[in-house]
Design a protein around this ligand. Structure first.
Ligand code: ADP
Length: 539
């Protein structure tokens, strides 16, 4: 109400209706817009689809001078440009691929021959070029540089691992262009990243405008990845969304191609692959066919996604583990932008986790190793936690507290009515560790072999290697195989045991167990081990 008394308010409403053809503001849009109108820096954290763009586009149209929008992807830039042109807004883009006459026209306007556009979209790389800088410096001196907008502002930090150098360079904007206000926009940032964005860009804001990361229309589901996972996926798609579009994410390029082919040939589904190794023309061709609905399923690596704003994606299926929970949030976030029900299904199994963990450990950069290992452990603890509301778990990654009652059975944990069980298995884990040490003196063990030995298996390999003679062989025979597997998972998770992947001659890799760096904490009883699970769920 207070904001409606501002002198410029009638103009905002008029422009909202006449130019943007919208009836009213969504939560926090007006607050952010008023700050922009008053020349303040603005920080906006809204999840995908909540309407971040209006917070700078509306002020840009209502104010004199040019608003420079820095955006990471040409495709994003083109989409916004097309939409604004459709509304009759004076917006321009400056990209490599544009006609000579368009380009020289635009430069003429920027150099003071004619009125500069209300909005100018560029990539951060272009902002670093001398020509661009000097033109913008001139505009600033003439008072015609209205504002910088940094879209996808989390790319400035990305948890301390710089995603893109030119984004990091944006930190100099306040020094190079003093007095020009900045809007920073993001759809995903935990509190650390939020304050990092504000401090790196040196924003002076009235207050941050934040909406919850929660996407209430997304249904989160985690499923065990059995041998016939593709059959299960194909059946689910055919029975649930036979005519809609979706994305299947997997970890490698080869897998994308293989899976898309199987879905086509064996299951008669309309599927194509997409990954970074493809030629640009092929990529945009596939993307266009999928966007238009001609191709229904895209099987992709994480290279597919940023800048996709197809509103009616009905499902995002992870055929392999995402790299991090943040990545998972972003990848699943591409579903259901239209606000209607959409499904996010994550398939997992233990070997996938073990292989990923070992790959991370084997890479040379120690800093990346620590970050990535932490990320994948969080993913695995999300996957393994089949008790707590999935939405609550996802949101806790952004340090948001979420009341599971608000989930409304929109995740597989809230839907599951079987009772939860939490058991202390410290003694079992200690004995498992001793058995592992005994058996691994003479040969290496895989997690499956240790699991079988704990159960007391009399399989040929166990007998031949003399493992059955160990007094601790079968020490967990009172537990189900599922609980034993969970016990070993937890031991790896807590680093009582660790995983090493070795590639054999026939190119198949095998995961072997080794002693973990925190084994002693378990031996001495400093650390307990509990397992929580749903009675009867496989996994
Ligand atoms: P974001 O960038 O946060 O993902 P967008 O700015 O692209 O979201 O907006 C998402 C959709 O919501 C767009 O189709 C946009 O037209 C629509 N939208 C934005 N603000 C409003 C509003 N106040 N009323 C109705 N629709 C809106």
């Amino acid at each position: 109400k207070e904001l409606e008394k501002r002198t410029y308010y009638p103009r905002l409403i008029q422009t909202l209706k006449n130019v943007f053809r919208l009836q009213s503001f969504r939560p926090l849009q007006l607050e952010a817009i008023c700050d922009a109108m008053e020349g303040l820096d603005v920080f906006v954290l809204f999840p995908t689809g909540s309407g971040k763009s209006l917070t700078f586009q509306l002020p840009a149209v209502c104010q004199d001078g040019v608003t420079v929008v820095v955006s990471p992807l040409i495709s994003l830039i083109r989409d916004q440009h097309r939409a604004l042109k459709g509304l009759g807004v004076d917006a321009e883009i400056l990209v490599q691929e544009m006609s000579e006459s368009d380009r020289s026209d635009l430069w003429r306007r920027l150099r003071g021959n004619g009125k500069p556009p209300s909005l100018l979209y560029i990539t951060p790389e272009r902002l670093e070029l001398d020509g661009m800088r000097s033109v913008l410096t001139r505009l600033r001196q003439e008072g015609k540089l209205c504002r910088f907008v940094i879209d996808e502002a989390h790319l400035i930090t990305d948890w301390g691992r710089s995603f893109r150098d030119s984004y990091v360079q944006l930190k100099t904007l306040k020094t190079v262009f003093p007095g020009v206000p900045i809007s920073a926009l993001t759809g995903t940032a935990n509190p650390t990243v939020q304050s990092d964005i504000v401090s790196r860009l040196r924003l002076v804001i009235r207050q941050p405008y934040k909406l919850s990361h929660n996407r209430p229309n997304l249904d989160y589901d985690v499923r065990y990845k059995g041998k016939n996972v593709l059959g299960a996926i194909a059946d689910w798609i055919k029975s649930t969304y036979p005519r809609d579009t979706g994305i299947i994410y997997c970890s490698s390029r080869d897998k994308c191609e293989e899976i898309a082919k199987i879905l086509r040939d064996k299951f008669q589904l309309s599927a194509r692959h997409y990954h970074a190794q493809m030629a640009d023309t092929d990529k945009s061709h596939v993307q266009r066919e999928w966007s238009s609905g001609k191709v229904r399923i895209i099987v992709a690596t994480v290279a597919f996604g940023m800048g996709i704003d197809k509103p009616d994606v009905r499902y995002v299926i992870h055929h392999s583990l995402p790299n991090s929970l943040n990545g998972y949030y972003q990848e699943t976030g591409r579903a259901g932008r239209d606000g209607k029900l959409a499904h996010c299904i994550l398939y997992y199994n233990r070997p996938d986790f073990h292989t990923r963990l070992s790959m991370i450990r084997n890479q040379p950069s120690k800093e990346n190793r620590t970050f990535e290992e932490d990320d994948i452990r969080r993913v695995m603890s999300y996957v393994m936690n089949d008790v707590e509301c999935r939405r609550k778990q996802v949101l806790s990654f952004f340090c948001e507290d979420f009341d599971p009652a608000r989930c409304r059975r929109m995740c597989n944990n809230c839907r599951d009515a079987t009772p939860c069980v939490t058991e202390d298995h410290t003694g079992d884990a200690q004995r498992a560790l001793r058995l592992f040490e005994n058996l691994s003196r003479d040969s290496r063990l895989t997690p499956t072999q240790l699991s079988a030995a704990l159960k007391g298996s009399k399989a040929q390999l166990q007998v031949e290697r003399g493992w059955t003679n160990d007094p601790l062989h079968g020490t967990c025979s009172h537990l189900s195989q599922d609980v034993i597997d969970r016990l070993i998972d937890q031991m790896i998770w807590h680093d009582f045991l660790s995983i090493r992947t070795e590639r054999s001659q026939d190119a198949y890799s095998q995961n072997y167990l080794a002693l973990g760096s925190r084994a002693n904490a378990l031996r001495t009883g400093q650390q307990n081990l509990t397992i929580s699970f749903r009675a009867g769920r496989k996994g």
